[in-house]
Design a protein around this ligand. Structure first.
Ligand code: AMP
Length: 279
């Protein structure tokens, strides 16, 4: 596995590979890697000749300074996992490399409107602008043929899909299923911050989403949302920020039963967790 800190050398390498008609799969991450991330690497290995993974905790997508500081950083273990998964290239840029003009540099978001303002956008103002900024920069630096992203961050994936179109990029976006722990909790770097007991008990989130899926024809969407929120609130004394059933493309509320998804964000054991399920 080759490690790059500077994009100049990385891009030279990528360009040589592309000149030889090789496909380049790219997996952007913020590190603290787990089996969910590795499933993206594995799919990229299956589909592409060369796999590039980036590890960069992007400051501009954190609307909360404490959250950024507390974000787990486990570089040695990450490198070991990537090596074991036969990842070809790891790109570990510094903040200076990504933001040479400083973190306040101007960024004209390629996408505005409801899709970025609802759900996570409403609860984490500025998050998606920062995410679009870093994904745009990373795509410029890596220039992959394929981009692999997880359905765990469904709204992020949807926004990136629209952003690629708006920016007229030719990269193929490949969505990857949510990887869950044995009892159902969606794998997340943030789970590291849960105490062992809370981590086991957090399966109530998955169970509630499953309940919504199994009962989707029984109740109107608004009633389903209400019942699911009550179920979640029985298990956590902390905030349930949202539990919403929306159209899977527009992410707007709908009365329809076609093409819907349930998404939730809540606090449990002092950690903000998100999950979703296509209905
Ligand atoms: P992150 O490091 O949290 O920014 O995640 C990097 C990529 O891994 C994103 O595309 C995530 O959607 C994806 N990912 C994170 N957790 C999971 C999971 N449990 N299953 C599948 N993909 C995931």
């Amino acid at each position: 596995m080759i490690k790059y800190k500077h994009s100049t050398f990385l891009l030279q390498f990528v360009k040589r590979q592309k000149a030889d008609n090789k496909t380049i799969g790219f997996v952007p991450t913020m590190g603290a890697l787990h089996a969910g991330h590795i499933s993206l690497i594995k799919k990229a290995k299956e589909m592409c000749d060369i796999v590039v993974c980036s590890i960069f905790v992007n400051p501009t997508q954190f609307n909360n300074k404490e959250d950024l500081e507390k974000y787990p950083r486990t570089l040695d273990k990450d490198l070991q996992l990537l090596q074991e998964a036969a990842c070809d290239i790891v790109f570990i840029p510094t903040v200076k490399e990504m933001y040479p003009k400083g973190l306040n540099e101007t960024f004209e978001a390629p996408l505005k409107g409801s899709i970025t303002n609802v759900l996570e956008g409403e609860h984490r103002p500025g998050h998606f602008e920062g995410m679009m900024q870093v994904v745009s920069k990373l795509l410029d630096k890596v220039q992959p043929t394929h981009l692999f992203m997880g359905l765990k961050d469904y709204q992020q994936l949807t926004i990136v899909k629209h952003m690629l179109k708006a920016q007229k990029r030719s990269v193929v976006l490949v969505p990857i299923e949510i990887m869950r722990e044995k009892h159902g909790l969606a794998m997340s770097s943030r789970n590291e911050r849960l105490k062992k007991e809370a981590r086991l008990k957090a399966d109530f989130i998955y169970k509630t989403l499953l309940w919504v899926k199994e009962n989707k024809q029984k109740y109107a969407n608004k009633d389903l949302e209400k019942k699911a929120t009550e179920m979640l609130k029985k298990h956590t004394k902390e905030d349930v920020e949202y539990c919403s059933i929306v159209n899977a493309d527009t992410l707007l509320p709908t009365d329809s039963k076609e093409n819907t998804i349930v998404l939730t964000a809540l606090w449990y054991g002092g950690v903000r967790l998100i999950d979703n399920m296509i209905l």
